[in-house]
Every structure is written in C-alpha cells, then in structure tokens.
Design a protein around this ligand. Structure first.
Ligand SMILES: *Cc1c(COP(=O)(O)O)cnc(C)c1O
Length: 212
C-alpha cells in the first residue's frame, strides 16, 4: 500500500475493489482497517475470509435485493441513493436489531450516469420526514462523486455543493450531537481538492494500490 499524506481529521477508506486478496492483506498488515467494496458478492467473500477487525464499507450502487446479505456486518453504506433503499436497509437491520450507518449519496456531477439524490430531491426527502421512523438505518452524513474531468474548478464547485448541502442538512435536520458528521468525497484523482472542500473521508483505490 502506498503512503498517502492526509490531515489527521480525514479518514482513509482503502478502496479494495478489483485488488487481489494479497494486496488487501498487505494493506491490513500495514495497519489499514477501513476497506471499501462496490460489489456485494466480493465484499461478503472478503468479510468471510479476512480478519474480523476490518471495517467493510459499501460504496457501489446497492440493489435492494442484496441489502440483506451485507446488513449483518457492513460498517457504513456510502451509497444510499433512494428512499426505497433506506427503507429496505431499515427493514433488514431492524430484523437483526443492528444499527447500520448510511450516507446520503448526492448527485453533484455533470454526468448522467451517476446515482444519487439531486440536492433539491435530498432536501425534500429530509423535509418529508419518513426517514425519522428508521431507527436502525441511521443517516450519518453525505457522499458524492465529482465529474470525471480535469477541470479543477468544476470539481471544487461540485464538492462545495455537497459541503453546503451537508451543513444545511446538519443544521436543519440533525441535532448538534448527532451522528451526522461524515463527508465522503475525494478519490485518487481529486482527493486533494476534496480535502480543501470539506471532505473528512476520502475513498482511494488506484493511487493506494498501484505498484510504485
Ligand atoms: C472505485 C471507487 C473509488 C476509488 O477510485 P480510485 O480512482 O481508484 O481511487 C471511490 N469511490 C467509489 C464510489 C468507487 O467506485
């Protein structure tokens, strides 16, 4: 695992998708404990075969019919991208009485293909209030992905949109002492911009695992 300098208040999620098991275990031996996967089957297999003190974060688009497989062990679902998904997570989490923190995935990129709530949809969803009935699927912050572009100003503006949304949502919908604290943005290509624009958790794969 390559060294990446981060401010101490920024968490590092090592995105292990598509990496061979050996590399993941080497990172574990170097002290890394937070790993991110984007496919349910891979994450379940790794959870079952790898050390139990790893915290597995799910970062891919999550189909509702696969929620049940990860709810027993997942530490954080970054990609809560629809009300229906949140209620499905609540259903399975309440069955086993396990709290599952989730991030509201915000769509801030120019690209059509990205999942997530548009900021106005996210505000409506929070205002509407059904989410307050969820006592096991807990909203813990915001996740986003910026556009895949070299235009740093555009990337910064997209992260700013997410940060403003986070601040507004925290003030209006979450009490001071709540768990709503996580700002998950920044990947290999844009994590430095992300940190300057409000991120406190970066999700890095390529840069961390590439042979240097
Ligand atoms: C793959 C992935 C990452 C990591 O991307 P890198 O460019 O390899 O650092 C981060 N977030 C999500 C949602 C991903 O799917």
């Amino acid at each position: 695992m390559n060294r990446i300098e981060l401010p101490k208040e920024v968490g590092l999620l090592a995105v292990s998708k598509y990496q061979p098991d050996e590399k993941v275990l080497l990172a574990y031996d170097q002290g890394q404990r937070l790993f991110g996967e984007s496919h349910v089957q891979d994450m379940v297999r790794r959870y079952e075969t790898m050390p139990k003190d790893i915290e597995w974060h799910f970062i891919g688009h999550l189909q509702t019919n696969k929620v049940r497989q990860i709810v027993p062990f997942v530490s954080l679902i970054h990609s809560m991208d629809s009300p229906h998904l949140l209620f499905e997570i609540e259903k399975h989490a309440s069955h086993i009485q396990r709290v599952v923190p989730c991030l509201l995935q915000l769509h801030v990129a120019q690209e059509e293909t990205k999942f997530g709530f548009f900021p106005d949809e996210a505000i409506s969803f929070l205002q509407e209030g059904e989410w307050r009935k969820c006592s096991y699927a807990r909203l813990a912050g915001v996740m986003c992905m910026a556009s895949n572009t070299d235009n740093e100003e555009q990337i910064a503006a997209e992260f700013d949109t997410a940060y403003r949304f986070f601040l507004q949502a925290r003030e209006e919908f979450f009490p001071q002492d709540s768990l709503f604290t996580i700002r998950s943005w920044g990947m290999s290509g844009d994590y430095q911009i992300a940190i300057r624009h409000g991120s406190n958790m970066v999700r890095i794969g390529t840069l961390l695992f590439k042979d240097s």
